[in-house]
Write a protein that binds this ligand. Structure first.
Ligand code: AMP
Ligand code: ZN
Length: 163
């Protein structure tokens, strides 16, 4: 369930730092290190599945992991829509689809009104923060909004620390 050579498994273990937005036993959301837009976050099941094709069927724990993975994604998208105006979800499976990290993840990419009429341009790094404090403020806003939305669903985070 945990791949020693996987960077997202290392983040889930806490061996590599990340700006966390949500953490529970099964799920982690954290800011993308090279954001397409401000607030760009990744949501992962902590269990290691390389792609959607690698999630076993008929496995109660995998089902529970995926259910919570998408619930957290849906609620984080709602938090991003309420904070920024809109959001794109992106989920890449395999190198042929542009996947660069082989651990299942969903991108939640906040979109703002100014770019709402354009087709999404997924330019890595274009969401550069003016400062670490701007990044941390946005992370805190998303973290709080997601915690509130999740509480309404009966879902609780096990950790709310920024790193
Ligand atoms: P994909 O192309 O869908 O596999 O996206 C992988 C994403 O992981 C990219 O947007 C990277 O910027 C992001 N990423 C890679 N390493 C890290 C890291 N250590 N912390 C946060 N995000 C990362
Ligand atoms: Zn992994």
């Amino acid at each position: 369930m945990n791949d020693k050579d996987c960077i997202f498994c290392a983040i889930a273990r806490g061996d590599i730092p990340s700006v966390k937005i949500w953490e529970s036993d099964r799920t982690l959301a954290f800011l993308d290190i090279s954001p397409m837009t401000k607030g760009h976050a990744l949501v992962i099941p902590k269990a290691h599945f390389a792609t959607l094709a690698d999630v076993p069927s008929g496995d109660a724990e995998a089902d529970a992991a995926c259910r919570e993975w998408f619930l957290v994604t849906r609620l984080l998208a709602r938090a991003a829509i309420e904070r920024f105006g809109g959001a794109n979800l992106l989920q890449c499976n395999g190198p042929a689809a542009g996947q660069t990290v082989g651990h299942l993840h969903l991108h939640v990419i906040p979109r703002q009104g100014a770019d709402a009429v354009a087709q999404p341009e997924f330019v890595s790094g274009a969401g550069k923060y003016a400062s670490d404090s701007e990044r941390d403020e946005i992370a805190a806003q998303l973290r709080e909004a997601l915690a509130n939305l999740a509480a309404a669903e009966g879902l609780r985070a096990s950790a709310t620390s920024a790193r």
